[in-house]
Every structure is written in C-alpha cells, then in structure tokens.
Design a protein around this ligand. Structure first.
Ligand code: FES
Length: 137
C-alpha cells in the first residue's frame, strides 16, 4: 500500500534497487490520487511502492517520477531538493548533486568523478489517479 511514511525496510529496498540488487519488473501500480500531487513546480511528493521510494513532481502539468534516493550518500531526500522547473532538474538539498528529472541522469559539470543516473518511472494518469511503473529500457 503506498504511503508517505518511510520505514527502514522500504529504504533498504530502495538502496538495493540503486545497487542493482532488485531486478523484478514492476507493473503500473497506484501511487496516489491526482489531488495529492504537488502543485506546479512545488516540492515533490514521496510514495513507496514495491519497496521503492519514488519522488513525484508536477512540472507544468507533466508528472515525473524518479527515485527519491540520492546516490551520493544513499539519502532519501530528492523530493525535498531544489526544483528548477525550466531546466527540469532537481538539486539534492544535502550537497547539490544535480539530476535531470526526465532521464534521471546526474549532471556532472561541477563535480569530479561522479557520474551515473537514478531510476526513473513511467507515469500514467487515469480517472484522477496516478500510476507508476519502472521505465522500460
Ligand atoms: S546526499 Fe545528495 S548530494 Fe550528497
């Protein structure tokens, strides 16, 4: 059941996902009602689905879903980061690692030795509900 509450078990599962230790495919799963989504360009909403911690963002009416886990220190915090709606990026509030929201790619121009990406999810809106699933390759 999706929830805003983060428990240690879900967090550990999210960390395993980032390390590639969870490989089970994910079907579209209910995330929240449309009414629960952040308003345009507001801080993200966190849901936990299938042991994955996911941050939802509303950028000019397009809903994006990315992992909420910053890979720098495996911190569950990206939903609370600094959102740049124009650039569609999120900066981690702890040390400012910057991610492209549509792709999950880490933007490395100000960093040395950091690269990679975070998981991104497909989003489906249906009858006032938000559904997400692992992005197909
Ligand atoms: S924990 Fe996110 S940049 Fe350090």
């Amino acid at each position: 059941m999706p929830t805003d509450e983060i428990d240690d078990e879900a967090l550990e599962a999210a960390r395993k996902e980032l390390r590639g230790e969870i490989n089970a495919p994910m079907e579209f799963t209910f995330a929240c009602s449309f009414d629960e989504l952040p308003k345009n360009c507001e801080r993200g909403k966190v849901v936990v689905i299938d042991d994955r911690e996911i941050a939802l963002f509303n950028i000019e009416g397009t809903i994006y879903a990315i992992s909420n886990i910053c890979p720098h220190e495996m911190s569950p915090i990206l939903a609370a980061g600094a959102l740049d709606c124009g650039a569609r990026t999120i900066a981690c509030p702890l040390h400012n690692w910057l991610f492209d929201i549509p792709t999950g790619q880490l933007i490395t121009d100000h960093l040395i030795g950091a690269s990679g990406s975070i998981p991104v999810y497909d989003v489906k809106l249906a009858e006032g509900e938000v559904w997400v699933r692992e992005k197909s390759a």
